[in-house]
Write a protein that binds this ligand. Structure first.
Ligand SMILES: Cc1cc2nc3c(=O)[nH]c(=O)nc-3n(C[C@H](O)[C@H](O)[C@H](O)COP(=O)(O)O)c2cc1C
Length: 184
């Protein structure tokens, strides 16, 4: 199948990039990403998600440290195999998506995070969606990073994404047509 539509090309070519150059995102790029995520729809237009755009390396390091505190040896081994020392893979920008705990927040967050991933791809940037940072936001952990993200009492971590300039390449996952059910 030949795809010429640029949006479809961006969807197809996005892959999880796990190494980044040190090049920062420009203010314009940050503004475009913020605008894109605000365009993501939410159930009943409740708009209860919060999008924390983090470029401060010390904050990323603090979140990382809390993830490391909880992650098991298998996760650490996986990181080593990826030649990484951070769950954000050295990306200059991380977006942490949090939301009040409704039955729709994870769905809303999933839509928002993919919106960011495709927006980044369309701008020549790369990304990786991240679930692991949830370990840094455990409500029962006195040293969690909730305050750092100015999270309200009823807010919880949904998902995160690291965005930056790729320092590596990776083919997207293999498409499996058997996942499609046709009803003709
Ligand atoms: C909800 C979600 C959570 C993920 N969490 C992580 C993560 O914490 N760390 C990581 O390296 N990749 C994470 N990934 C990336 C997946 O491993 C990746 O999307 C999958 O292997 C398919 O590869 P591709 O994105 O390159 O097509 C996550 C992806 C999703 C959708």
């Amino acid at each position: 199948m030949t795809v010429k539509n640029q949006t479809l090309i961006n969807i197809r070519e996005r892959s999880s990039i796990r190494a980044y150059t040190r090049e920062l995102l420009t203010k314009e790029e940050m503004d475009i990403l913020k605008d894109a995520v605000l365009a993501a729809p939410t159930a009943r237009d409740r708009q209860q998600l919060r999008y924390s755009f983090i470029t401060d390396e010390t904050i990323i390091r603090k979140i990382d440290a809390r993830i490391f505190h909880y992650c098991d040896s298998a996760m650490k081994k996986m990181l080593r195999e990826r030649n990484a020392d951070s769950f954000f893979y050295g990306a200059p920008c991380a977006v942490v998506i949090t939301g009040t705990d409704t039955s729709w927040s994870d769905l809303d967050a999933g839509i928002a995070v993919q919106t960011l991933a495709i927006a980044a791809q369309s701008m020549g940037l790369s990304s990786v969606i991240l679930g692991m940072p949830r370990l840094a936001f455990k409500a029962d952990d006195p040293d969690n990073c909730r305050e750092l993200m100015r999270m309200e009492e009823d807010e919880r971590f949904c998902v995160a994404i690291a965005i930056g300039h790729a320092a590596t390449t990776k083919k997207p996952h293999v498409h499996n047509p058997r996942l499609i059910r046709d009803f003709n």
